[in-house]
Design a binder for this molecule. Structure first.
Ligand SMILES: [Cu+2]
Length: 255
């Protein structure tokens, strides 16, 4: 070990002191740093934890909200479905009811038709029998006569009634006769325009509207064949604009 100089001997303790001070300072700084860092870390962790907590709470609340919303939507759907189901049940009931009503109407119509047919047959049979002189012709006996006179029945049914003819004249602004009555069946309507301007004739019959193919010039005639096989009262009129309103209208009744 070399011998220290006088200067070195003087400086040595000072250096040692400075070194010692530096060491202490360094240690203090390090300690402060460690403490500071720890605190910072701690606070950062706390912040992080708090933020995480908030996020979890937010997520939970949003999840709960979504679940609640979904639950509400489901409830609504259930209510809706239930109402639809009840509507369906109602519709089914209504349809069943309509069906029953329609069936009843059909049955009643059938009954009416067969009654009418029986009456028609009895009337014709009675007429024929009466003409042959085999029956009294009294109205109350015609039915039984028709039933007994087996030959008269098929003949009457096979022969459609002869078409009835109605003669009509048109003038400004009248149809005459305006309201005739006819027997059910095919009806020929002979129309003559006795006016000074063109006219036509339309009938709102049981199977829709029918009219002369062309307007009738003054003095011209035309025939309208209509099937009026159902008893009732049907409107007829001149279909030229304004004429019906001026009085060219009436009814044709099928007895
Ligand atoms: Cu007219």
């Amino acid at each position: 070990m070399p011998v220290p100089t006088a200067r070195e001997r003087r400086i040595g303790p000072r250096l040692a002191a400075i070194a010692a001070i530096l060491l202490v300072l360094a240690a203090a700084t390090a300690a402060a740093l460690v403490v500071g860092l720890g605190a910072a870390e701690n606070s950062a962790t706390k912040d992080e934890a708090a933020s995480l907590g908030e996020r979890i709470a937010a997520a939970r609340s949003s999840a709960e909200g979504a679940a609640r919303e979904q639950g509400r939507a489901l409830d609504r759907r259930v209510v809706e479905l239930r109402s639809q189901l009840s509507d369906l049940a109602d519709t089914q009931d209504a349809t069943k009811h309509d069906l029953v009503t329609t069936k009843g109407q059909i049955a009643s119509l059938r009954q009416t038709i067969s009654t009418l047919q029986a009456t028609a047959r009895a009337t014709k049979g009675g007429g024929r029998a009466g003409a042959g002189g085999t029956a009294t012709g009294a109205a109350n006996s015609s039915r039984s006569v028709a039933a007994k006179t087996s030959a008269a029945k098929p003949t009457a049914a096979a022969m459609p009634p002869a078409p009835s003819t109605v003669k009509v004249s048109e003038t400004e602004f009248k149809i005459s006769p305006s309201s005739p009555t006819v027997d059910p069946g095919q009806v020929k309507i002979d129309v003559t325009n006795k006016g000074k301007i063109p006219h036509n004739l339309a009938i709102q019959g049981p199977s829709g509207k029918r009219q002369l193919a062309g307007n009738l010039a003054p003095g011209a005639s035309g025939t309208l064949d209509v099937s009026l096989d159902q008893p009732g009262t049907y409107q007829w009129y001149c279909p030229i604009a304004g004429h019906a309103k001026l009085g060219m209208k009436g009814t044709i009744t099928v007895r």
